[in-house]
Design a protein around this ligand. Sequence first.
Ligand SMILES: [Ca+2]
Ligand SMILES: [Ca+2]
Ligand SMILES: [Ca+2]
Ligand SMILES: [Ca+2]
Length: 257
Amino acid sequence: MSRAACSFGPQPRFAAGSLGAGALATLLAAACTALWGVDELRYEPRPQPSGSSSASGGGTGGEAGLAAGGAGAGGEGGLAAGGGGTGGAAPGGADAGPQCGNGFIEGDEECDDGNAEAGDGCQLCQVECGGANEIEHPSTHHCYRLTEQSGNWGAGKTACATWGGHLMTVGSAGEQSPVKPLVGGDTFLGASDSGHEGQFTWVTGEPWDYTNWAGGEPNGGTKENCLEIHSNLTWNDVECSTTNHALCERPPAGKLP
Ligand SMILES: [Ca+2]
Ligand SMILES: [Ca+2]
Ligand SMILES: [Ca+2]
Ligand SMILES: [Ca+2]
């Protein structure tokens, strides 16, 4: 049996403070993978609130039954199976807890890219960031990566985009200090003053609020227009044609509510 995605009845609502939909999504995704070898989770649209239809909403066809059975193996089946029946308690959604898969980063979620897939940087609303050349920021969950190959500033910019991010921008000392283990030598950051000599700007357009220039820097005038960071985390303007590794940054997928 081949399926493109796992489909369920309407996503149940949870009272504030109860176990969230993230836990439910984890269970359902596991059931999906076990039963059909797919891990994409889809919910059908929630029907209009009405006393009778809401009560029967949890039992939409055989798929929902299978889902409830699979979730039961996980030990929280009561929560999963009962969710549909309690959906009508408070129409309007004001009581809905975090829902993994709705595209909004809520509650304990680190990210929410609208799916439960692994390998795309956000699995079940947790950031996937690791390996020898990647570091996840402990509080913002931005992922930082040192490019594998060295090249000029433009090549670093391209490599970061290919990875799904951008050259690293630094808004504070607290953003760059956890990244220090990645900086073994001079490494490109995502700023230049190519557009207007003396006015460095970040590639993302975010405010140029924080700087950490090394003593005497920037000193390169129109010859040095790209930003690099030393291993002691101070900055230097350098020629954009210099061959360096680069630091990339990828914010968590999803919108803030
Ligand atoms: Ca969410
Ligand atoms: Ca940044
Ligand atoms: Ca310059
Ligand atoms: Ca310089």
